[in-house]
Design a protein around this ligand. Sequence first.
Ligand SMILES: [Zn+2]
Ligand SMILES: [Zn+2]
Length: 416
Amino acid sequence: MITALRGTHDILPGEVEKWQHVERIARQLCERYGYVEVRTPVIEREELFSKGTGETTDIVQKEMYSFEDKGGDRVTLRPEATPSLVRAFIEHNLEHTLPSAKLYMMGPMFRYERPQKGRYRQFHQLDVEVFALSDPAIDAEVIDLAWRLIEALGIKQTELVINSVGCKECRPKFHEALLAALGDDLPKLCGDCQRRAKTNPLRIYDCKVPADQPIIDALPHSIDYLCEPCKTHFTAVQAHLTSWEIPWRISHRLVRGLDYYVRTTFEILGETLGAQNALLGGGRYDGLVKQLGGPDRPGIGFAAGLERLVLALPEDTTLATTPRAFVVAIGDDGRAEAIKLVRELRRAGLAAQMEYDARGVKAQMKRADRVQARVTLIVGGDELARGEVTLRDMSNGEQRGVVRAAVVDEVRKLMS
Ligand SMILES: [Zn+2]
Ligand SMILES: [Zn+2]
């Protein structure tokens, strides 16, 4: 037996309806906020991520699916969407060809991580990005969209956490303070932290090693070292959130595990698998477009894990289902008429099916139950002779004859 690769999963009927629900609501909300969909390839040049996501990140150092293709190019299955959207923004000059560069995307991402419950090597994200806008109102709008998404999905007990990690002007001062505060404690931290102290000290806050926590908790906070423009920006973001009645708390440790973030970072936390996890997270990345060879334009966005959103959906979520009709045929004449009727119903925009193997009425009725038909139509010699079809309302079992010409309308009435 050939099975799915470790860390990948099939999404089967019974589960897929939840995915469709999450995707539908995400799409509706993005469109409502004026974001347009862009679909980029899942495979890109490796350097897009080594440069974009950042050489010092865990993603680039340990988790990328990279290989040389048959033509000798180094390629990577995208581990995140932001660099791909930045590339598309630059490559197609979207700044000038779109009314505003507010983009969204949904699709699979790939990271070679140790698979755990709820964590996969092929996982899926909704990604929302805004380019070329730097006003704090746009930070707040992106956060608002994220917040409304969680709300529209009915996910309860969530918390919005925000932070500002400063910019290239003020961050060096913060790094200095951070390293000074660490002082003699640095050798006591884990290997990853020692490495981060050299490459990107801010990311020491990402450390999950329990023994490191008391030392890290005592470190200075980035918001105490912001330059005036960063401070003004962060204050304004908070003022917008307040006026829109979105509750939040500042988390000094929210630096996010990527190199490109500046100023605003945020996450929405929620309960999944019995623990508090980030349902989505994002932030501002003003230097990234330029760094990837584009014009000097700011950017901000977030990525939401679709697996986590699906897991966090309330049990009582109403999932949209398409009502179905099932046509039961009796005898050869009935079969010929049933095939016609199924086609007629489908052309009228209704979901209809039948059993093509010539089987007994009982077996066909069983099948109608299994597909959870809303309406069953029975076509046999008697019905044909009367110019009728027998219609069975599956919700109450009531059965009646309907004139052949009126069948489509009758079914439509019951299925709407
Ligand atoms: Zn600054
Ligand atoms: Zn550590």
